[in-house]
Design a protein around this ligand. Structure first.
Ligand SMILES: [Zn+2]
Length: 50
């Protein structure tokens, strides 16, 4: 499975952890969902308790 990385500086896509511009490239995790997941878990627990 390929994992594509995104340069943290120039925001170009790359397959290498160190982009050719010298900046680090990170995998694009769905960071947007992280806070939502916490609330979803909280809601799930609240539902079970009710
Ligand atoms: Zn770059």
């Amino acid at each position: 499975m390929k994992h594509i990385l995104k340069c943290t500086v120039c925001e170009n896509w790359t397959m290498q952890e160190l982009h050719s511009c010298g900046a680090k490239a990170l995998s694009t995790k769905p960071l947007k969902f992280t806070p939502d997941d916490k609330y979803a878990d909280y809601r799930r627990r609240a539902k079970e308790a009710a």
